[in-house]
Design a protein. Structure first.
Length: 224
């Protein structure tokens, strides 16, 4: 298994690398937050050990940006901070576990074993297509210049369009959003598609919802 260790205390980092490698892990060691984020985004790891107090970017910043960029690798936060609020901040922003210094190496190895079993279980609330980002936790649809809040059904519809990567029929929307037994007319799908198209235009999206009769709806990049 391959791990990323981000720890700015060189002596501690060297000791951890030696122990982890002795335990049959491959380890990439970095010493600041910027490098940690760079490695996390460019390489595939089974787990990340992330110190909070680091130069250039602190561990919480790295954690937030990694999750925002869709990195689902399990992350264990390492820190000398013991306050409950610091632990909560890490966990609320997508950390899988939290270990306060000083810690026993046996406990560290046990926690690494636990979190690496969870790889793939974390699911980012963020979805992207071209310059559009959908945050499923807040219902916010945004580009680099603007954002707008969607209604519940609009958000579900946008999620389906982004993840499908194909034509989606009105019947599929009806089934997944309104349910089998709904008495709502099928033309309600077009009403909500119209809402979405206006909101995409409002945030200067580079994508649009294409409509094709007898086929359905698909998200595609606008012609330049």
């Amino acid at each position: 298994m391959r791990l990323l260790l981000a720890e700015d205390e060189r002596e501690l980092s060297n000791a951890l690398v030696a122990i982890l490698e002795h335990s049959d892990y491959e380890v990439d060691a970095v010493y600041d937050g910027e490098k940690a984020l760079e490695y996390a985004l460019e390489r595939d790891y089974d787990g990340i050990l992330l110190d909070i107090m680091m130069p250039k970017k602190d561990g919480i910043e790295v954690l937030k940006e990694a999750r925002r960029q869709g990195i689902e690798t399990p992350i264990l936060m390492l820190t000398a901070k013991a306050e409950i609020q610091d632990k909560l901040e890490g966990l609320e922003n997508g950390a899988d576990d939290y270990l306060t210094k000083p810690f026993a190496m046996a406990e560290l190895l046990a926690r690494i074993k636990i979190i690496t079993k969870r790889k793939g279980e974390y699911t980012s609330p963020l979805l992207r297509f071209e310059n559009v980002e959908l945050d499923r936790s807040t219902y916010e649809l945004s580009t680099e210049t603007s954002s707008i809040r969607l209604g519940n059904k609009e958000c579900k519809m946008m999620e389906i369009l982004i993840t499908a990567k194909r034509w989606v029929t009105p019947e599929e929307f009806m089934e997944k959003i309104w349910g089998y037994d709904t008495e709502v007319e099928k033309n309600i799908v077009w009403v909500y598609i119209s809402y979405l198209r206006k909101k995409l235009d409002a945030i200067n999206a580079s994508v649009q919802v294409k409509v094709e009769k007898d086929t359905g709806y698909q998200l595609e990049k606008k012609d330049d």
